[in-house]
Design a protein around this ligand. Structure first.
Ligand code: UD1
Length: 420
């Protein structure tokens, strides 16, 4: 894609004021779409965001025989027929969430061949934990170059102890387990809100699950699920992106339908930096002075800790102001790539292994920068809102994987921003 038609232009330096609607959650909707396969029925997914990762998942479901249609913000998935179990191409290799179809297809047909899933360039991101867990449930995995086949005559429940509370592995085990023979227990399950949403969807469709959102999760296999209508909650990472933006620029914004209960660690960090936050049933109001309070140290952690997906947006904000801050990244080993682009705008950041040392500067200056992945791209847009002059963020397509229309949202908050 040429830089000319794949960029975002921002005239920065102004405070943010206004209200914007928070879209449905990317990381919640993708596993729910995969899980619709298990219902062998028609499901209506409400509040489904129009992002490119959803389009990739739509393509994959269509390819294997489901019928999909959009009605406004609702996505209808008719999963009564599945005719194909081979998945390859850009929708698999370009999006890590394609791995969700592994557990879902094993639960549905007992067989799948797929290329190795891709996703953002933020570290190695293997799927060894997914495959080891599925093997314990009776799945036979044969690896070929760049692809693998997984099949099981009958999925068997088992006790699975995860070496790390992986979100994707937990989701895949849950999907393989809901129609397996007997009981599956996941020890050290991920506790992210997206796990709770997936379990909520499956339970309403007839699955038996105990302990969603806790480290110990139990799933009792059932014979059949049924179609349901299900609403996707607001996206906590998108809401967090805009929350940090106003900390960077100052101003007063309202984030309608922000999932505040899922954002406690983010709101705590923002409050420590001087944000005045008010929570209501309708969403989140944030008032911030242009100068933030310095904070010395932030560490990314599994939920309910500070999310790795908001590490880059936070780094952009911390690049301006008084004092030095250390950000420690404990989830993905290679998630500081945005720092070198921020440096082009005047930021002073030193990376040493898992730690970034950020020395605040008086201001950023707009220039041409390139997004290298989704959340780093969002961080650069925040930097553009804060910077003096014009910033051009190239590789907009990375941002569109997770933000429905980031320009529309920032325009609602008064930013001079447009695609180009
Ligand atoms: C999900 C989210 C992503 C978020 C991440 C952590 C989706 C679509 N993506 O990604 O936005 O940043 O959770 O909250 O929901 N790992 C292994 N082997 C495995 C699986 C994971 O080594 O089999 C490692 C990964 O390389 C990474 C860490 O475990 O270092 C966390 O990965 P995981 O929790 O699985 O994240 P994802 O599900 O990929």
């Amino acid at each position: 894609m040429s830089g000319k038609v794949d960029s975002i232009h921002i005239r920065g330096g102004n405070a943010l004021f206004g209200e914007t609607q928070i879209q449905g959650s990317k990381n919640a909707v993708l596993p729910v779409m995969a899980a619709a396969l298990l219902t062998e029925d028609v499901c209506v997914i409400e509040n489904c965001p129009r992002i490119s990762d959803v389009i990739h998942m739509q393509n994959l479901l269509t390819k294997i025989g489901c019928k999909l249609s959009r009605k406004g913000r609702n996505l209808v998935i008719d999963a009564r027929e599945v005719s194909e179990d081979y998945m390859e191409g850009e929708s698999v290799t370009g999006m890590r969430s394609s791995s969700m179809l592994l557990g879902a297809m094993l639960g549905r047909t007992g067989h799948i061949t797929m290329a190795y899933p891709g996703g953002c360039v933020i570290g190695k991101r293997p799927i060894d934990m997914h495959l080891n867990a599925l093997a314990k449930m009776g799945v036979v995995i044969e690896e070929k170059e760049g692809a693998f086949t997984a099949w099981a005559k009958r999925l068997e429940g088992n006790v699975i102890k995860l070496p790390f509370a992986s979100v994707g592995a937990t989701e895949n085990i849950i999907m393989a387990a809901v129609k397996a023979n007997g009981i599956t227990i996941i020890d050290n399950a991920a506790k992210e809100p997206e796990i709770v949403t997936l379990c909520d969807f499956l339970q309403r469709a007839g699955a038996v699950i105990e302990g969603a959102g806790e480290s110990l999760l139990m799933i009792k296999g059932v014979n059949k699920l049924h179609g349901i209508q299900f609403r996707i909650p607001g996206d906590r990472i998108v809401a967090g992106t805009y929350l940090f933006s106003v900390l960077g620029t100052g101003g007063h914004i309202f984030l309608k339908d922000a999932p505040t209960r899922q954002m406690l660690s983010v709101m705590r960090t923002a409050a420590m930096m001087g944000a005045d936050i008010e929570i209501s049933k309708e969403g989140l109001s944030v008032l911030a002075e242009p100068a933030r309070i310095p904070i010395p140290y932030v560490k990314t952690e599994v939920y309910p800790g500070f999310p790795t997906d908001l590490q880059s947006p936070l780094m952009a904000v911390l690049s301006v102001g008084e004092g030095t801050c250390i950000i420690e990244e404990t989830i993905f080993e290679d998630r500081f790539k945005m720092a070198q682009e921020l440096a082009k705008m005047g930021a002073q950041i030193k990376i040493d292994g898992k730690q970034a040392f950020i020395t605040g500067v008086p201001k950023l200056v707009g220039c041409e920068v390139s997004a290298g992945e989704l959340r780093g791209g969002a961080g650069l847009v925040i930097a553009g809102c804060m910077a003096e002059g014009e910033t051009v963020v190239k590789n907009r397509h990375f941002i569109e994987r997770g933000y429905e229309d980031i320009c529309r949202d920032y325009q609602n908050l008064g930013v001079n921003i447009y695609t180009g």
